[in-house]
Design a protein around this ligand. Structure first.
Ligand SMILES: Nc1ncnc2c1ncn2[C@@H]1O[C@@H]2COP(=O)(O)O[C@H]2[C@H]1O
Length: 588
């Protein structure tokens, strides 16, 4: 054990020496075990020898935040140690790990002999603090596993092609198969230290190797065939921590001829996958998407709600596509969810425009005014139009990963729709209380996403690593007295045709429903790497006819914002490769 420490840093040398002299203690930590909890006293500094640790923060009422991984050769718990406070996050072994622990006093005494230790530690702490601030919620995995769910054609050639796509992004990568099943722990550590990304691949019949892969990786992909039903009992080779922390994804291989995937819901249910990716046979674009997802260069597009103002999203999407910005994940709330769903359905600019016009602009879907027992409209027209444009498509069968949010009035929390029928999810997401009758689901009452989360960029952050482009049409306009004017007489108001927009009460309800989400909105704007805010002065959420000016405003705002960037969007969160780090400033 003495000789195997990663000894190219001052900290590693310090630990190696303290271990030899008996001051540092060695212990092993099984995958899933907790090293320390937030609030624990920091009386020692830890140093990871082999394995993987993960730092997680859990704030009241928020999704757990994955702060980052600790790799062999890196310390853990240094922040509290240095500033004399308690640990700020939970530290968990993501794999079987070996750890060295050095008492606080011994560390500071030893650090005096070599000033570069503190310099190294400061750099690392700054990097981690920055990373935590940038809301990287799913860690920064670099070791991936691919396990074939069922026997059949080998998956290795697919993983090899994926490796070439990752190389094309400027990283070193290696693919390792079952021939490495008997390699010693040191071999794994060396391979992982020597490459930016390591892809371990196990075919369905490599039982022992599958178990090794499931315990050795930061994130696991199970690979199945989309044209077959899932196995009735999907065995899992993922280690406990991977499964518990939702770090297991599913790739479904699809025939090149498939118009749309089918039956994916059953696969997601059987494998309990955190995320689903479809990969078309010989589909270079799908392969490149996966490479971006794995390297933190996938682009997540988030579209806010805002009634007719959300037409601006159509223009923003045109500007993104024109500039070749990839869209790898898409999500939204309310009318933003409708446009997001269109993107996930694969509509090009022309189809998007035609369909949105037909559904919302040419004739209002909100003119089936009802006696307001539950809402002012019957909602039947909206239901018909959703059926016309989204049919019976299930969310998992969309080519692109999609989500939308609605507000669950029964539980008082937002509801995330990532599986199930697309049009039911959209119906919930656009049902402004008082205007459309709410949707119901298993006894829960679901209304417009705008009530709780009108701009779900922070939700996008919780399942993808790469940059987020947010288009927010809520900005710059709250309600004024103009919005609540009394029509001179109900008859002249009707005669003017203004009634088609819906009565002014719509604006009032919308504002009342969203007035408390200001803080949430600020968090979402902060979660966006690129924030696009179209200028929509004078366009009201009820201006269903204002398609052209809103689209134009979206196009102009997106073009200006994108053209002002000094790097391609996909590379905004690009992590430097090992070669780039070596070529960077010296660490001595
Ligand atoms: N972004 C990050 N990546 C990896 N580790 C982190 C990150 N942020 C914090 N940590 C670790 O999580 C630990 C929580 O306890 P400490 O505050 O003592 O020290 C912290 C760091 O060791």
């Amino acid at each position: 054990m003495e000789t195997s420490l990663n000894d190219d840093t001052a900290l590693a040398r310090l630990f190696a020496k303290q271990w030899r002299e008996g001051a540092a203690a060695w212990f092993s930590l099984p995958g899933g075990a907790t090293l320390f909890e937030p609030g624990d006293a920091a009386d020692q500094l830890f140093f990871l020898k082999t394995g993987r640790l993960g730092a997680f923060r859990r704030d009241e009422g928020q999704e757990p935040l994955f702060l980052g991984v600790i790799r062999p050769g890196e310390p853990a718990g240094e922040m509290a140690l240095v500033d004399g406070t308690v640990h700020s996050a939970e530290m968990v072994a993501l794999r079987d790990s070996e750890v060295l622990a050095l008492p606080r006093r011994a560390f500071f005494a030893a650090a005096e002999d070599d000033p570069s230790v503190m310099l190294e530690l400061s750099r690392l702490m700054l990097r981690r603090a920055r990373q935590a601030r940038s809301h990287a919620a799913i860690g920064d995995p670099s070791v991936y596993g691919f396990i074939a769910v069922e026997p059949g054609a080998a998956i290795r050639p697919i993983v090899e092609r994926l490796a070439r796509c990752i190389e094309a992004l400027g990283y070193s990568v290696t693919v390792e198969g079952g021939e490495s099943a008997h390699a010693p722990t040191e071999w794994f550590s060396n391979v992982e230290r020597g490459h930016d990304f390591v892809l371990y691949v196990a075919e369905a019949d490599e039982t022992a190797w599958k178990h090794i892969v499931g315990r050795q990786v930061d994130r696991l992909f199970r690979v199945g065939r989309g044209d077959r039903p899932p196995p009735s009992q999907a065995p899992t080779y993922a280690s406990g921590p991977l499964q518990e922390r939702r770090l297991v994804d599913l790739i479904l291989l699809q025939s090149a001829r498939a118009e749309r995937p089918q039956g994916s819901e059953a696969w997601v249910a059987a494998t309990q996958a955190a995320r689903l990716f479809h990969l078309r046979e010989n589909g270079l674009a799908d392969m490149q998407r996966l490479a971006r997802v794995m390297t933190g260069q996938s682009v997540g597009l988030v579209l806010s709600g805002g009634g007719a103002r959300a037409y601006a999203h159509v223009g923003a999407v045109q500007a993104l596509r024109e500039r070749g910005v990839p869209i790898d994940f898409v999500g939204g709330a309310s009318m933003g969810a409708i446009v997001a769903a269109g993107i996930a359905m694969g509509w090009d600019d022309g189809e998007m425009e035609t369909r949105i016009r037909r559904a919302f602009v040419d004739t209002s879907p909100l003119d089936d005014i009802a006696f307001p027992l539950i809402a002012m409209t019957r909602g039947e027209k909206v239901d018909q139009r959703l059926a016309e444009h989204f049919a019976e498509v299930e969310i998992s069968d969309l080519w692109l990963p999609f989500f939308c949010v609605s507000s669950n009035l029964t539980s008082g929390t937002y509801q995330l729709h990532r599986t199930g029928g697309l049009r039911n999810a959209l119906r919930a997401s656009i049902s402004l209380p008082g205007v459309l009758p709410p949707a119901t689901d298993h006894g829960q009452v679901l209304v417009d996403g705008a009530v709780m989360k009108n701009f779900p960029a922070d939700v996008m952050r919780s399942f993808q690593l790469g940059p987020i482009v947010g288009v927010d049409v809520t900005r710059g306009r709250s309600i004024t007295s103009d919005d609540v004017y009394r029509p001179p007489s109900i008859w002249s108001w009707i005669a003017s045709g203004d009634w088609r927009k819906g009565p002014p009460i719509v604006a009032l309800l919308m504002r009342a429903a969203t007035v408390t989400t200001g803080r949430d909105l600020a968090a979402s704007r902060e979660a966006s790497d690129v924030l696009i805010t179209p200028k929509l002065e004078g366009i009201d959420i009820r201006d269903w006819r204002a398609f052209e000016p809103a689209v134009k405003a979206g196009y102009v705002a997106a073009s200006l914002t994108l053209d002002a960037l000094n790097r391609p969007v996909a590379s905004l969160r690009r992590r430097p490769s090992l070669a780039e780090q070596r070529a960077g400033p010296a660490t001595g």
